[in-house]
Design a protein around this ligand. Structure first.
Ligand SMILES: Cc1cc2nc3c(=O)[nH]c(=O)nc-3n(C[C@H](O)[C@H](O)[C@H](O)COP(=O)(O)OP(=O)(O)OC[C@H]3O[C@@H](n4cnc5c(N)ncnc54)[C@H](O)[C@@H]3O)c2cc1C
Length: 396
């Protein structure tokens, strides 16, 4: 097995690094380094710069702006963006909905939606989960009844990330209440401005507004917004969820955060000695550094395997390991940032920040710690990933 990058891949890595250095606005980079979430307009600006460069959707079919990139090249781009703490291209558009439309959509749907998705002219959100349908997604109840040339949608979606920014939502809806669970589901594209669509924000523990409830009350959706066949939406969902899991490694980000943490531990003091000299802290820091490197190698092994698989075949079940361990490592890092910040990590009101209240990064430590509880839940919980690994990998 070959774990080294080829000359071609190394050249791409250098090109990406140079592009980020020359083009990423410093204020957006600084926010990323502090662990702050970029504003909508900052994500849009950066996404469009990447798209102009051909790097927002390099994995899409060439006729829709893709570059036929290997999984390894895609990994290199993602890792470099993460190491630089740059915003990622909007994943809902480029990694989740776009590939589904490219694979299952009609020529008209591709023409209408894909170019705007690639350039983030439309912001998409994901309407899969519902109250009572998360891990057990196929028990979803939001209904879509066919009436003439449209569907009438009623129900509720839950935990919808950045629905407050979204122009469109891609939804799983039940079109046949009598069919066996997975058989009666369809994949529908819904304009968020349609009468009957309403939002309610859900605030996360640290007070952030990332997720929402989305309600549908007699929402009329034209039948031409159905992707794939009626009652065969589960095929689209399986295809999409496979892509969601393989994109979950995030090792570049972990390695940058650990490097910064180590630097800070050399300049922050505990009992008149640099923090890094505290044996317990150092032990845990080194433990995470080793885990992050091991995770990077595991990621490359899985990518190597994926690059040999036939296009369209089921994803390697080991990609569940990336989601499982990657999210735990990131949670461990946010815990160490809190330990390093000590009491300064308590104050969440950034407007109060001054020398007496400690360094700016410290004020975000608790917020980041609390926010990262989500990492072991979204995109398939840790327990669900463990189930997949125990069945499909360990054969238990
Ligand atoms: C921050 C955040 C953003 C999200 N964004 C979106 C989004 O944009 N769009 C969207 O559609 N969804 C989104 N989700 C929803 C996410 O996909 C679900 O939360 C997730 O699938 C878990 O479902 P649930 O919350 O209903 O929990 P449940 O499925 O009810 O699980 C509750 C607990 O039971 C455990 N459990 C469940 N089944 C099993 C099993 N078979 N074996 C062992 N343990 C089990 C789970 O691990 C968990 O601990 C988001 C979630 C979060 C936290």
């Amino acid at each position: 097995m070959e774990l080294r990058f080829t000359d071609d891949e190394l050249a791409l890595r250098d090109e990406v690094r140079a592009f980020i250095k020359a083009n990423l606005p410093p204020e957006i980079k600084a926010k990323g380094m502090r662990g702050e979430v970029p504003k909508k307009e900052e994500t849009v600006l950066w996404h469009r710069l990447l798209n102009k460069q051909g790097w927002a959707v390099p994995h899409w079919p060439v006729e829709w702006g893709g570059k036929n990139w290997s999984v390894v090249k895609r990994y290199i781009l993602r890792e470099e963006l993460e190491r630089a703490c740059a915003p990622m291209p909007n994943g809902m558009n480029v990694s989740l909905c776009g590939p589904v439309v490219a694979q299952f959509g009609t020529p008209e749907q591709k023409q209408r939606f894909l170019p705007r998705m690639a350039n983030l002219d439309d912001w998409w959100c994901q309407g899969f989960s519902e109250p009572g349908a998360g891990s057990d997604l196929s028990s979803l109840r939001t209904s879509a009844k066919r009436v003439g040339d449209h569907y009438v949608v009623n129900g509720q979606k839950m935990w919808t990330t950045y629905a407050q920014y979204a122009d469109w939502i891609f939804c799983l809806v039940r079109t046949d209440p009598d069919a066996k669970q997975q058989r009666g589901i369809s994949f529908l594209l819904i304009d968020m401005k349609t009468p009957g669509v309403t939002l309610r924000p859900l605030l996360t523990m640290e007070g952030g507004h990332e997720v929402n409830e989305v309600f549908f009350d007699d929402v009329k959706v034209p039948v031409e917004n159905l992707v794939g066949q009626e009652n065969r939406g589960w095929d689209c969902a399986k295809f999409l969820l496979g892509n969601e899991r393989t994109g979950a490694a995030r090792t570049g980000n972990a390695i940058t955060l650990l490097r910064t943490l180590r630097q800070r531990a050399q300049t922050e003091y505990k009992n008149d000695r640099p923090f890094i000299e505290d044996p317990d802290f150092r032990d845990r820091l080194i433990g995470l550094e080793v885990e992050a490197r091991a995770h990077e190698i595991t990621t490359l092994r899985i990518l190597d395997d994926e690059s040999r698989r036939e296009k369209g075949s089921a994803p390697n079940p080991l990609s569940s390991l990336l989601k499982l361990r990657g999210s735990e490592i990131r949670q461990g890092i946010t815990q160490l940032y809190c330990d390093l910040a000590g009491p300064f990590s308590q104050h969440l009101d950034l407007t109060l920040n001054d020398d007496e209240l400690g360094p700016e990064w410290a004020g975000l430590a608790t917020a980041n710690y609390l926010n990262h509880r989500k990492a072991t839940i979204y995109g398939g919980t840790s327990e669900v990933q463990s189930n997949i690994l125990s069945k499909a990998v360990l054969g238990l």
